[in-house]
Design a binder for this molecule. Structure first.
Ligand code: GLU
Length: 500
């Protein structure tokens, strides 16, 4: 009997996302239910965007949630390495096999040609995709170009007619015409694989039996199935889970909802409440009970009970559930322990102590000075933003532009944040003191706190984003129309070069 093996395959390109935890939970439950294995694989083929920090944060966040994997880069296992950047030779060998079999081809098209092709296809309202230009090259031409070291990628061949039938554990067969499928790049000009090649090769070599992943990948399934066929491998069963949604049913996005797991940890949610809530996303216990643990979910798990309507990730509902966990599942003793673990996290305290040490005379001074590090959204009103030199619209604009600016920051570092703030103040034409005022209010709830730049650095992007957004709402919010205007102005500002 084959052992069930599932996996979560995050790309370490940002903050650990609740969507990753949600998919991990369902993979874990499915594997455990079948006494199988749950694997964690790091898909870091995007060298530019992948960072070791993001990988470490993802592992820590999934670990915090108790979504424990059996094999992974930190744990090892019989099917490693579990990090794609360490498997380059494996992909090379497999792409060579496809080339030898005639299932893949070298493409020497320049980015100019591809841009031009794209523009033309857009103008003619045609489907976008590679036009097969390099398929016409004969063997000698390919050899010549290769020995002349002309940069190239390797693409997969796609049938020109017919349809691909994608079988999915949760839906009727999905039929996709091959004509709609692009001749996917499998290997980039730097010799590294794309997601599609690496994912298929690894799922096969790691003996993954069930691929449970987000719905956004369903359109890639034909390419993947075709690769399995080219290699002569049996494809795993596919299961595309409905995506988490914002309240307005759009795809869950950080602009509307905090999406990073770290945010929920910092905001004082219990990991068991978060996983319970994620388990309620499109799934329910047979007896409809709302509180259940991971082992209980495993015991009653049935993937067929996943409903495809987009589950809404509603933080108010999560608050309610978390409240129940705090009240109903923890003894006073446990409550105390869990609270002190949360409040006295060494990394948080380490970051805060240098900011307050020079300003206190007694320990009793600490709580009032640092309360905003440990609170949710500051209790502020419009009056708090009143300022001699700034109108409410000015303040709103400052908060919005700062939020956008911070999103573009590559490394969350105090000095980078400071530089960004100073430049933004200058570009917007405000004196730094005035400019910082609404930021203080939104972040700390009052104008006299520890340095607002240090505070932003310690609080992290998610909490800061949520507080800036809260400040904007308190100031009356931004209508869709206003948002468009602000976006335009901001784009001009963002490109403006400063003389200094
Ligand atoms: N690396 C992909 C992601 O970030 C994995 C998708 C899959 O599970 O196939 O979502």
């Amino acid at each position: 009997m084959t052992v069930v093996r599932t996996r979560i395959a995050p790309s370490p390109t940002g903050d650990p996302h609740v969507g990753t935890a949600y998919i991990a939970l369902f993979n874990l439950c499915f594997a455990r239910q079948h006494a199988g294995k749950f694997i964690l694989r790091i898909e870091d083929t995007d060298q530019l965007r992948s960072t070791p920090k993001s990988e470490a944060d993802i592992l820590a966040a999934l670990g915090w949630l108790g979504l424990n994997w059996d094999e992974g880069p930190d744990k090892g296992g019989d099917f490693g390495p579990y990090r794609q950047s360490e498997r380059t030779d494996i992909y090379k060998k497999h792409v060579d096999q496809l080339l030898a079999q005639g299932n893949a081809f070298h493409c020497f098209c320049s980015s100019e040609r591809l841009d031009e092709l794209r523009t033309r296809q857009m103008a003619e309202k045609k489907a976008l995709g590679y036009d097969g230009h390099c398929l016409q090259l004969d063997e000698t031409e390919v050899k010549e170009k290769l020995s002349a070291n002309i940069p190239h990628v390797i693409r997969m061949k796609i049938p020109t007619a017919g349809t691909c039938v994608v079988k999915d554990m949760l839906r009727e067969d999905v039929e996709i015409e091959w004509q709609q499928i692009d001749m996917q790049v499998l290997m980039k000009s730097d010799g590294l694989p794309t997601y599609h090649l690496a994912n298929v090769v690894d799922d096969h070599l790691m003996e993954i039996t069930h691929v449970i992943r987000g719905e956004e990948w369903i359109n890639s399934a034909p390419k993947h199935l075709l690769l399995y066929q080219y290699f002569g491998w049996k494809a795993p069963l596919l299961c595309h889970m409905p995506l988490l949604r914002n309240a307005d049913k759009s795809k869950l996005s950080k602009r509307k909802n905090p999406t990073s797991i770290g945010y929920y940890q910092r905001m004082g949610y219990l990991p068991e409440a978060v996983t319970n809530y994620l388990g309620m996303m499109g799934w329910s216990m047979p007896d409809e009970r709302e509180m259940f643990s991971i082992p209980e979910m495993v015991e009653h798990f049935d993937i067929k009970r996943v409903s495809l309507g987009g589950p809404v990730f509603d933080t108010e509902k999560l608050d309610w559930l978390n409240g129940r966990y705090l009240r109903e599942t923890l003894s006073d003793e446990e409550f105390m322990q869990r609270f002190s673990q949360w409040a006295f996290r060494p990394d948080m305290l380490q970051a805060i102590v240098p900011l307050i040490k020079q300003r206190v005379e007694r320990f009793t001074d600490i709580a009032p000075l640092t309360a905003f590090f440990f609170s949710g959204l500051p209790p502020i009103s419009e009056q708090n933003f009143e300022h001699k030199k700034l109108t409410p619209d000015d303040s709103k604009k400052i908060l919005q532009y700062l939020a956008w600016d911070l999103e573009t920051l590559e490394a969350w570092h105090r000095d980078r944040i400071e530089k960004m703030l100073m430049q933004l103040a200058e570009k917007m034409g405000f004196a730094v003191r005035d400019f910082l005022f609404p930021i203080f209010i939104a972040i700390a709830g009052n104008p006299v706190s520890t340095s607002v730049i240090d505070s932003i650095a310690v609080l992290g992007l998610d909490i800061v984003r949520a507080r800036l957004r809260h400040g904007i709402e308190i100031l009356g919010g931004v209508s869709k129309k206003q948002l468009k205007i602000l976006e335009k102005e901001y784009a001009v500002l963002a490109h403006q070069q400063l003389s200094s």
